[in-house]
Design a protein around this ligand. Sequence first.
Ligand SMILES: [Zn+2]
Length: 306
Amino acid sequence: MTRMTTLFAILCRKALSCLVVGFISVSSLNVHAADYTGPLFDAHLHYNTEAWNGKTGPHPVPDVLARMQRSGVKAIVSNSRPNDGTIALALARAETAAAGVAVVPFVRLYRNRADYNSWFRDETIFDMVLAELARGTPVGPYRGIGEFHLYDNANANGAVAKKLMVLAEEKQLVVLAHVDDAAIDLLMANTPTQGQKLRLIWAHTGIGGTPIKRVEELMAKYPGLVGELSYRPGLTCDAGSLCPEWRALMLKYPERFLIGSDTWINQRWQSYEDTMRGYRVWLGDLPPAVAKKIAWDNGAALFGIN
Ligand SMILES: [Zn+2]
């Protein structure tokens, strides 16, 4: 707003009449009708052992479900280190039904923290994924794999990473990947269709600040690429409103974005409702139909939730 106002002030030195035009233009950028109030699909949720290890912990199942309910979250992509956390949520069928929350289970690739740095070449991880897929969950089959991280994008070509991308495309499992833009290309290239059929949720849509033009280019290149927006630098501007270039990209690709909590540490559980409230603010900057797609419809369509 400040930069725009300065720009118009400079332009208007030469013609007084443009002051009025400038004022109208700047104001229209900041229209915020109302916060989005509809349902939310949390497409990036962890229920890790620190939150609740099945016995004790600060955030047992009733606690996390109450947070979702108070936030208007009606469905979650759940994954956890180890996978027991997701199983615990899936087992609590009466509680999740009472809270109105649908659980979409993903197989996480991490049994422990050490696995973050070696999963892409560790055959025992591949075996673990196959065993989990065969076992399934109390709410049905796993629907995806991840979240996984690649701190060095070259590891997208690790033997196990390659096999998992082929498996995901063949079994129609959705991938949840915390990677950079170069790794998106590498992961996609490792599927039988060069990524044309892989459905990949890009956790944070470039947490390192991938330029928006590059995000747009990847969206155009891969029809199954969907951007999840937690922690995305540059997404919001003044008072939590949506930055104009992101708004433009969402209007161009309304079906390709999701929101998520990323409860990777317990503090994220403690601020869960604030996180969701923050989404509701910038979703309110979009046309209502687009806001609802990003908040709910896109996740619901991806996993066939009503
Ligand atoms: Zn995460």
